[in-house]
Design a protein around this ligand. Structure first.
Ligand code: LLP
Length: 468
């Protein structure tokens, strides 16, 4: 039985098939489950970016991250265009590259006009190496080292200062260095706004390791107003990740304008407000995030209304989405290997990756959907548990996956793996990290080479006296 699924996919006996996608540009990538170019080709195989997924696996091996350039670029454009449409003042979208930081992805985001939010010296180094202009790079982190601060100062990016220790260290560093231009900083504040998402990925509540306590604003603004070597341009806050509710971000916008006013009253000439990221995506059918455009519009409206009622000029507005830019653009293709049927209990189907390439299920109990890519129209006949290949019972990628009959060698595609998968990947059990390709117009290019066994021992040192 073929029925049209409301989520932009057809349900054919249970497997997810992309519908006719002629209206691509109107779809919000974060509300879809498959990349926007996904379709079924004449061989009944899943195709993304004009490339047959099974051919990609033959060519590049598995597991393989397959990143659809069209979907990623469209998400960048929707954020950028929505700010231009709904915000009369200046704006800048930053890609929160913690979601997936590598040269090619930084370069794609930058080519769409986005800046980059980096969370460490390593991410900063990568963005710089990708050719991103330092004026569009913002460095976060709640415990930046001196070396990270110095790299940021020297590169000319903006430092989002998180706490008193960092602020005082920074003052020491800039005073020692006597730079000709003051160092650009923003202040990260804890908004104290609760939202419904997994406890580990909530950052906005007052009991958080991130940001200055908003009860200390008087002291903070007074201190900053005396620092001539620091150019404090604005305020930042982030309330959490994978958020579907609209109200917390509206509340945040109001709170931030009020802080902005308070800073102005202390004589600080702030020009920028950064509302963070956090817009959720649809991993499973029941997930119901607002579209990218709706999210941006809501924030822009509240900032404008609140600035008007407080009689403040419009600040330059920044946002730094990560997941909603990249998650849906990528799928992971695995090869199916062994299965174990436990009669009356469950069937385990093992793939050639697992918690090392996608640690989200074991870390946050995250749920994913999958399809057998080499027999898309095969009817669903069974419910199985997709297990990884790690020496860990909890290494389960998907519980209750609805699959057709399968055999070893079939290609299982897990959807929505662009955010916090590769970036959180590990070498647990000394598995080599997978390759990643970017696909578009029938072409596939490697963006991350598959690790080899030699790579795995590259950092190992075997002191002479330990040799056997
Ligand atoms: N800005 C700041 C300061 C952040 O801490 C984050 C995410 C973002 C922006 C981007 O948030 P997004 O738009 O991606 O929701 N590993 C977790 C997510 C951790 C999010 C950390 N901060 C996961 O896999 O769900």
């Amino acid at each position: 039985m073929v029925s049209t699924h409301p989520l932009g996919v057809q349900h054919v006996g249970g497997q997810y098939l992309p519908q006719n996608r002629s209206t691509n540009a109107n779809l919000s990538p974060n509300q879809e489950m498959l990349p926007l170019t996904a379709k079924v080709n004449g061989n009944d195989c899943l195709e993304i970016g004009g490339c047959d997924v099974t051919t990609l696996v033959q060519q590049f091996g598995s597991p393989l991250y397959i990143l659809d350039e069209t979907t990623l670029r469209l998400a960048c454009q929707q954020y950028r265009d929505a700010f231009q449409k709904y915000y009369p003042g200046a704006s800048q979208v930053l890609y929160a590259s913690k979601a997936w930081n590598c040269l090619a992805i930084c370069a794609i985001a930058a080519s769409e006009g986005l800046g980059i939010d980096v969370a460490s010296g390593g991410e900063l180094y990568t963005a710089l190496q990708a050719g991103v202009s330092p004026e569009k790079i913002y460095l976060h982190n709640n415990n930046k080292s001196r070396a990270e601060l110095i790299l940021a100062i020297e590169s000319g990016c903006t430092i989002v200062v998180d706490n008193w220790y960092e602020l005082k260290t920074l003052v020491e560093i800039v005073e020692e260095r006597e730079k000709s231009h003051p160092t650009r900083i923003m202040l990260r504040l804890t908004p104290g706004i609760e939202c419904h998402t997994h406890e580990y990925i909530r950052t906005g509540q007052l009991d958080s390791k991130f940001g200055f306590d908003p009860n200390q604003l008087e002291e903070l603004f007074t201190f900053i107003s005396k620092q001539s070597a620091l150019n404090c341009v604005g305020l930042h806050a982030h309330i959490g990740s994978q958020i579907f509710e609209r109200q917390p971000h509206r509340d945040l916008a109001v709170v931030m304008v009020q802080w902005f006013k308070q800073a102005t009253q202390h004589g600080l000439q702030l020009t920028e407000l950064n509302v963070g990221g956090g817009l959720g995506i649809r991993y499973v059918e029941s997930d119901d995030p607002p579209s990218i455009t709706e999210w941006v519009k809501a924030i822009c409206e509240v900032i404008q209304e609140t600035c008007a009622s407080e009689n403040l000029p419009l600040p330059k507005l920044l946002a730094e989405p990560g997941r909603s830019l990249i998650a849906t653009a990528c799928v992971t293709a695995y090869t199916i290997g062994s299965s174990k049927v436990i009669p009356g209990i469950r069937t385990y189907v093992a793939v050639d990756g697992g918690m090392s390439d996608n640690p989200r299920p074991i870390t946050y109990q995250s749920v994913y959907r999958s399809v057998v890519a080499n027999r898309i129209s095969a009817p669903i006949t069974q419910t199985v548990t997709i297990a990884g290949k790690h020496c860990e019972s909890g290494d389960i990628l998907i519980k209750n996956a609805q699959l057709p009959e399968i055999k070893p060698g079939d290609i299982l595609v897990v959807m929505g793996t662009g955010a916090y998968n590769y970036s959180m990947a590990s070498n647990y059990n000394r598995l080599a990290r997978p390759a990643a390709v970017v696909v578009g117009n029938g072409e596939a290019n490697l963006i991350l080479r598959r690790e080899t066994y030699e790579d795995l021992i590259q950092q190992d040192c075997l002191p002479e006296r330990l040799k056997v």
